[in-house]
Design a protein around this ligand. Sequence first.
Ligand code: HEM
Length: 498
Amino acid sequence: MSTLSGMETLILTAIILLLTASWRLYQKRKYYCSVTSKLPTFYGIPFFGVAYQVFDVNKLFRIISAGNDVLKTATACAWVATTPYVLTVDPEVVKRVTTSPEFLHKATDLYTHFHNGVLNGIIVSPVKKWKTNRKAISPFLAHSNIIDMFPAFNENANNVKNKLAGLAGVGEQDIFTIIKECVLQLSFLTVLGIKIEEGTEKHKEILRVFNALVDHMKLDLWFGSLGLVFLSRTPRYKRIIKYLCDPVRSLIKEKLSRKGESEAVNSLENNQQTVIDLAVKSMRQGIFSEKDVEIESFTMFAASFETSASAAYTCLVMLAMHPEIQERVFQEVRSVFPDGVTDVKYDDLQKLRYLDMFVSEALRLVPPITYTGRQTVRDTELCPGVILPKGTQVFVPIYELHRCKEIWGPDSGSFNPDNFLPENIAKRHPYSYMPFSKGSRNCIGFRYAEISLRITLFYAVRNFKFSTTSKYEDIVFVPNITLSYKIPPLLSIETRAN
Ligand code: HEM
């Protein structure tokens, strides 16, 4: 009896592997047929699905938009490699996904990059842990605690103002770095109670390392979607995480060493409670482990820093690109602060309606977080007639929802704060707009974000006029961890006379 040659063995093995993979894919397609038989579905190429189309992240948003236009539908299914994802921009379905208890679990694949040992706090925690931990740290975002943060918000805005003043009158400049430097200090102070001295080597280094972390998370996300996340977990990545966590770890150690001291002791001069204070308190009560303290503190810091910096930069870019709107915002700010902005109080925030509309429009067109993803833990109805089997991942593309022509009209891509006139808001489904997500897994920090952003804008708009040669129509967005600009626009700054 003749034995198989090397080549024949290889071919036979390849055939067996292909048949096994085909059988598995067939089983999977059968498992999800209650979805794919009801929803329009992109199958793409067997085993690759539509993955080949999303390799170029710069084109991702255009591809999803084109998909929506082709399907003419608001809820669809797309196979990426061998996994089907349900996508929806139908506000009624979005409401169901963001508010029903059946959809509280985060989608596994869409958050691989958060599972790096420091960011796997409440953003991605399984439901039971998420409920306990969110409750434990929620006093950080309570109204009275936010009021105690006003001095820090004002100091941060004044810091941004002083740094912008240094760039006035010298042509187009990178202002994103300035904003990041200031917001980094604000997040360290308010979330962790750590004061980083301005302009020190340490300050610059933390920013550099944090940017490197975000770059690595991008890799994580892309490798993760191919099931190859280990390829991005390099020794350098581990060093980055260690560097960023070390100050948090030492602070926790220091706090824990203060045995017997009152739990009310906090790291700041006023009564403001930091996330570390609250987390250590939960540890003393046996609710948190030491690792929980570290992870929740770091998660809150990262969630507040990256998003807030991105939103502040976008608002200044949008002002620079829309001079008439900027003038209207300026006139309103001047009418409330005729003698300049020195110390913004809570009540001042209620007086600037046009600025509110402007900010809402900026977060509509450039939402820092572009999606939320959920996963069913049992067979669950998505909408009448569509049952999602256990394990189905549902993706709400916030960026696309905010630009959907059926909701926002044919000019949905144009920058128009009037979209947020009360009469126009009343005409729309409330789940058409969700820069901070919706439901009980929404952004826990949205009040902090809204207030600190507004205070920064009051100081900036009152003191400077912004302009740019970059055009709004030419912006290309890249879906990084937060929404990024392929080429971040540079801005010119002119100091206002009064
Ligand atoms: C303009 C700024 C901000 C935007 C646009 C924003 C947006 C969002 C969005 C869309 C989510 C939901 C993410 C998801 O479903 O995967 C979220 C969650 C979260 N955000 Fe924010 N955020 C901002 C600022 C902040 C700030 C300042 C903090 C903290 C002080 C914060 C802390 C968090 C946390 C901890 C979560 C997870 C909440 C949970 O799952 O229970 N965010 N944010």
